[in-house]
Design a protein around this ligand. Structure first.
Ligand code: ADP
Length: 611
């Protein structure tokens, strides 16, 4: 066997492609693997140039290899591993790793090349490389702090984000190779971190922690994920991902406080918050429902709200209104009660719309108005009773005073006749008696007349625009005699017109002014001033005199029927005038009062509403 034969035998047994070519690249031998690799027949390969098996770019590389052999042949045996791009017979490209060495055959220099298809390896490597690039990008650009440690707590990898945040927080620069626990200066923190690392080493499981870190100048919240790095079932290290969740926590905290606030309101309001879905099923109701109806919140949720209605028809009316207006205000109805028949409630509610603008539930407040309602009903009852009693009383007063007039008139006529017949004829005593009878019956006539007038006030309800200035001038005319007698002056500002009962108002001014003249101080000329103030709601009239005045304790008394403060011999009167005035002012919906100081004059004030 010559050399070539030996090489050929080795060649053919090799799992790699093998070629022998001269320094020009001309192939002397090629094995079966080469045929397979490049898909050329051996006969085509032998004698052709090795360059033809590679793409143009790699051909240059190949030339460099042969050139290197040429330059230093026999001096040095070269064995260079290179990667080239081969070109198969079908035109497809493959990655070839070429190892070559110089050999001598028959005293001639040749190159023995061993070729291996590394396409798959190269692709895998490239992919891996790409992945590493991606991972490094993620690692460095992550918002999370990332670091890896080995079993000695030594940093094996650390991203810049963590380096920066650690340096900002603690003023320490962390780097690969450092033992991280040594860099945690606070002993408590160090112990805490050691226990965390150890837990992962021990349990071989991921650890998730949310932590509150007090940095002294600020408090931050972090979320930690610690993953064990496992090799051959042993934890050889830990990768740690830490994220600042302060803003999330702050929002969560704010939400929690808000939620708590509303929950407290929800749980403590006396009114009842209620929410129903579009089918009227109660989805939420505050616990206060128990206080007003006796039913429990838990029992009501998920049940139809109409079950709470005492009258089912009210539900229809409520829905009609809310669907028409989108809301209802103070809708009054009766609710069932677990303890009594029913309770009165008032509902204010509105429709709640979804994103498409369709109503999908109703929410509102229910208020227990039972007490108010019961009071209203009671007041209404009392009012009706009072109205009927009042009208009976008025009727009685009217009838009594009216019917008393007739016998009185007869009594007065006959006492007059008796006086004409007997005065000065029988004896002095009889004259005095007759005088008493006459005076008393005349006085009684006045009283009865006053009572009749009193009962008639407001009977003819003719409301009209009343000119108070002309009323005063009329009254002044009527009282001209006494004004003169008392040497009185009555001054009046321009008074506004009012809507009222003219006859009655005239009587009122007449009564107050004649009192002011009557109760003047002896020997002092009367001075009476009439003025008015106007507000949005009413006109207030004041009539001030400089008369004898009234004690404060009597301010209210004088408006009571027949109440008088003076002896008839001192001041004439019936005690009806001011009661009249009060009734007239009541009729107008106003009020009357007096301000006075005994001995220093009085001011009567009354209001007439303008609305
Ligand atoms: P009469 O004038 O017939 O007595 P009134 O009802 O008009 O009845 O008045 C009730 C009482 O109020 C009077 O008796 C008097 O004592 C007191 N009074 C009324 N007006 C004045 C006044 N201007 N100054 C002092 N006292 C007055």
């Amino acid at each position: 066997m010559n050399n070539v034969d030996i090489y050929e035998a080795i060649f053919n047994a090799s799992p790699d492609s093998m070629l022998i070519f001269d320094l020009e690249g001309k192939i002397l031998l090629a094995n079966a693997q080469t045929e397979k690799l490049f898909q050329y027949k051996k006969t085509d390969l032998i004698g052709s140039k090795i360059q033809n098996l590679f793409i143009e770019e790699s051909q240059k590389q190949l030339l460099n290899i042969t050139k290197a052999f040429k330059d230093s042949f026999f001096n040095d045996t070269k064995n260079t591993a290179q990667e080239l791009w081969g070109c198969k017979n079908d035109g497809s490209i493959c990655a070839i790793e070429i190892n070559s060495t110089s050999i001598e055959l028959n005293s001639k220099p040749f190159i023995l090349a061993c070729l291996r298809n590394v396409t798959e390896k190269l692709t895998a490597y490239k992919k891996l490389n790409e992945e590493v690039v991606h991972l490094t990008t993620i690692f460095e650009n992550s918002v999370d702090d990332i670091w890896l440690i080995d079993r000695d707590y030594r940093i094996t990898l650390i991203n810049k984000v963590f380096q920066n945040s650690f340096s900002t927080a603690f003023g320490i620069h962390l780097d690969k190779g450092m033992i991280i626990l040594e860099k945690v200066l606070d002993p408590n923190m160090r112990a805490l971190w050691k226990s965390r690392y150890d837990e992962v080493f021990r349990n071989k499981q991921r650890l998730h922690i949310e932590d509150r870190v007090d940095l002294g100048f600020t408090v931050v919240f972090i979320e930690l994920y610690m993953y064990p790095i496992i090799e051959n079932n042993e934890v050889i290290g830990i990768s740690i991902f830490s994220r600042d969740i302060t803003s999330r926590k702050t929002i969560e905290e704010a939400l929690r406080i808000n939620e708590e606030k509303y929950r407290t309101i929800f749980e403590n309001i006396q009114d009842v918050f209620i929410q129903t879905d579009q089918d009227g099923i109660i989805s939420e109701i505050s616990p206060s429902i128990n206080n007003i109806s006796g039913f429990k919140r838990e029992d009501l949720i998920g049940t139809p709200v109409q079950e709470l209605y005492f009258n089912k028809a009210d539900r229809e009316l409520f829905l009609e209104e809310i669907n028409a207006k989108g809301e209802v205000q103070d809708f009054e109805l009766k609710f069932k009660s677990s303890t009594e028949d029913f309770l009165f409630v008032s509902i204010s509610a509105h429709l709640v719309y979804n994103a498409e603008g369709k109503p999908y539930h109703i929410e509102g407040l229910i208020r227990d108005i039972s007490d108010r309602k019961r009071n209203e009903i009671e007041i209404e009852k009392q009012n009706k009773k009072l109205i009927s009693q009042n009208s009976e009383l008025e009727q009685f007063t009217f009838i009594a005073s009216h019917d008393l007039q007739e016998p009185l008139r007869t009594l007065i006529s006959f006492s007059n006749l008796l006086q004409e017949e007997c005065k000065g004829k029988i004896n002095e005593q009889t004259d005095i008696y007759l005088d008493f009878i006459e005076k008393s019956s005349t006085r009684m006539q006045k009283l009865v007349k006053g009572l009749l007038d009193y009962s008639r006030i407001g009977k003819e309800k003719n409301i009209s625009f009343v000119n108070l200035n002309s009323i005063i001038s009329d009254v002044k005319n009527d009282l001209a005699l006494i004004i003169n007698e008392k040497n009185a002056t009555i001054t009046s500002n321009e008074l506004p017109g009012v809507l009222g009962y003219e006859v009655e108002l005239r009587q009122l001014f007449q009564n107050v002014l004649s009192n002011a003249l009557k109760f003047s101080k002896k020997g002092v000329p009367s001075n009476i001033t009439i003025s008015a103030t106007e507000s949005e709601k009413q006109v207030t009239i004041s009539i001030a005199d400089n008369g004898i005045g009234i004690e404060e304790k009597d301010f209210d008394k004088i408006f009571i029927l027949f109440k008088r403060l003076h002896n008839r011999n001192d001041y004439e009167g019936t005690g009806i005038g001011l009661a009249h005035c009060k009734k007239i002012i009541d009729l107008h919906g106003g009020s009357i009062s007096v301000e006075s100081t005994l001995g220093a004059g009085s001011t009567f004030k009354f209001t007439i509403p303008t609305e």
